[in-house]
Design a binder for this molecule. Structure first.
Ligand code: GCO
Length: 433
């Protein structure tokens, strides 16, 4: 193991809605609490990080880590349009200062998937007004906290809406094909008790109830950040980022500002090279004009994606698979870092990389392989300046709820939210001099 120098940011990431608890003014909270919710669990108290952040940051620092990436929740800062809650700003000031007191460098994410409910009622992430609304929120936060931090991530996974749109398209095509086959051969041919009509009905009710909950007449006007986007919606996110970055740097020029993107290690089979290139353009290159003035790029990777002549291929037969259904493939991180560095010539931070598993020895092995790849990139001169493992603690994995465990720290939510550091936390810390 070739340890990282003291100035390398080595730590872990979380997201407000996934760990804090009680995010009652957010769009996710609304969608978790409609009758036909698609969420497996309600976030509820999450892992109570809102009240226990000091204990969690001390565990991170005590393991030898020196950086913590967390998000500031817009729905807490501005619970109603135009009404800002100073008390919540002071809460996040306490979190930032707790990092500093424990020798930990904070990286604040200004948007990590969840949004204020009022924004969705206004038209959400497909409406131009979101640009001014988000900039106003960023200005409010940075005017008050900007001098206490150095690293700001405007938007987590700015490309996820496009990726969701692609997944939904693939899913609908597969469902229609399955439905056609079932209709031909009768549902019993599916070898399991599945009611295709029921699945469709559930999704229709979910959309109708969601629209009603946000006061929208038409379910097609429900544009959360975690909804599939149009091309215009994707362009709006790019403009949101650029406007927020410029506003933030105008207030505090010292800040290092960027966004993070979800990167897939696309591996084309013979004949699929052009499809993989198209995917890479969609996932990364088309964002380049909007991030050239950024100070860094946040790189997030979890596995690889095999591409055949017909598109995405399933996980190879017999491959090790994680709780999230991803192939166990830590080598992907080095590959995406090298590809991103071909087009983006400024510092790179791994803002998320991790594994959902109940076997912590596999998490330590995953970290070892991933960090060996990061080291090779740095030894070859790539400007990789930090690695934030996803995640500091087991948390609310969005619609999958609490079933998946990504954390370096276990949390007993039924046992008083008790924290137990897993061996992988100390192992990650051992990579620092
Ligand atoms: C994401 C989000 C995280 C997820 C993590 C595991 O990239 O989807 O940043 O909120 O929990 O990636 O899926």
């Amino acid at each position: 193991m070739k340890q990282f120098a003291p100035d390398f940011l080595l730590g872990a990431s979380t997201a407000a809605h996934q760990v804090e608890g009680g995010n009652i003014h957010s769009d996710c909270w609304v969608m978790e609490n409609i009758p036909h919710t698609l969420y497996a669990d309600r976030s509820g108290d999450a892992v109570d990080h809102y009240h226990r952040y000091e204990e969690d940051i001390k565990l991170l620092a005590g393991a030898g880590l020196n950086a913590y990436r967390f998000s500031i929740e817009w729905a807490r800062i501005e619970p109603e349009e135009g009404r800002f809650d100073e008390n919540e700003v002071e809460h996040y000031r306490r979190v930032i200062r707790c990092c500093r007191e424990n020798g930990v460098e904070p990286m604040i994410t200004l948007h990590h998937f969840s949004s204020p409910a009022w924004l969705i009622t206004k038209g959400g992430w497909e409406t131009e007004s979101v640009i001014d609304d988000f900039v106003r929120y960023c200005r409010y936060v940075i005017e008050r906290l900007g001098n206490e931090v150095t690293y700001v991530c405007t938007i987590n996974e700015a490309n996820i809406r496009l990726q969701i749109a692609d997944i939904m398209k693939r899913y609908m095509m597969q469902a229609q094909k399955a439905q056609a086959n079932a209709a031909k051969a009768g549902e019993s041919s599916l070898q399991m008790g599945i009611n295709l009509q029921g699945l469709q009905k559930q999704q229709e009710l979910n959309a109708l109830e969601g629209a009603e909950a946000f006061g929208l007449a038409d379910p097609r006007a429900l544009h959360m950040f975690q909804s599939p986007c149009t091309e215009e919606g994707d362009r709006i996110i790019c403009r949101v980022h650029a406007a927020a970055r410029d506003a933030v740097k105008a207030i505090c020029p010292h800040l290092q500002v960027g966004l993070s993107l979800s990167f897939h290690d696309f591996q084309p089979q013979p004949g699929a090279e052009s499809i993989a290139e198209q995917e890479w353009d969609k996932e990364f290159r088309h964002y380049l004009p909007y991030i050239q003035d950024d100070d860094y790029l946040g790189v997030q990777n979890y596995t690889r994606s095999l591409i055949g002549p017909e598109g995405l291929l399933p996980v190879p037969e017999g491959a090790e698979v994680t709780q999230a259904g991803y192939e166990y493939y830590p080598e992907g991180l080095e590959h995406v870092l090298r590809r991103a560095a071909e087009d983006f010539k400024k510092p790179l931070y791994v803002t998320e990389n991790g594994i959902a598993t109940a076997d912590d020895t596999r998490r330590a092995a995953f970290i070892e392989t991933a960090l060996e790849g990061v080291r090779r990139c740095m030894d070859d001169g790539l400007p990789v300046k930090g690695y934030f493992h996803w995640s500091l603690m087991d948390n609310f994995e969005w619609q999958k709820g609490y079933a998946m465990t990504f954390g370096l720290i276990a949390v007993d939510r039924q046992g008083g939210q008790k924290r137990t550091a897993k061996p992988s936390l100390a192992y990650l810390g051992s990579w620092r001099k």
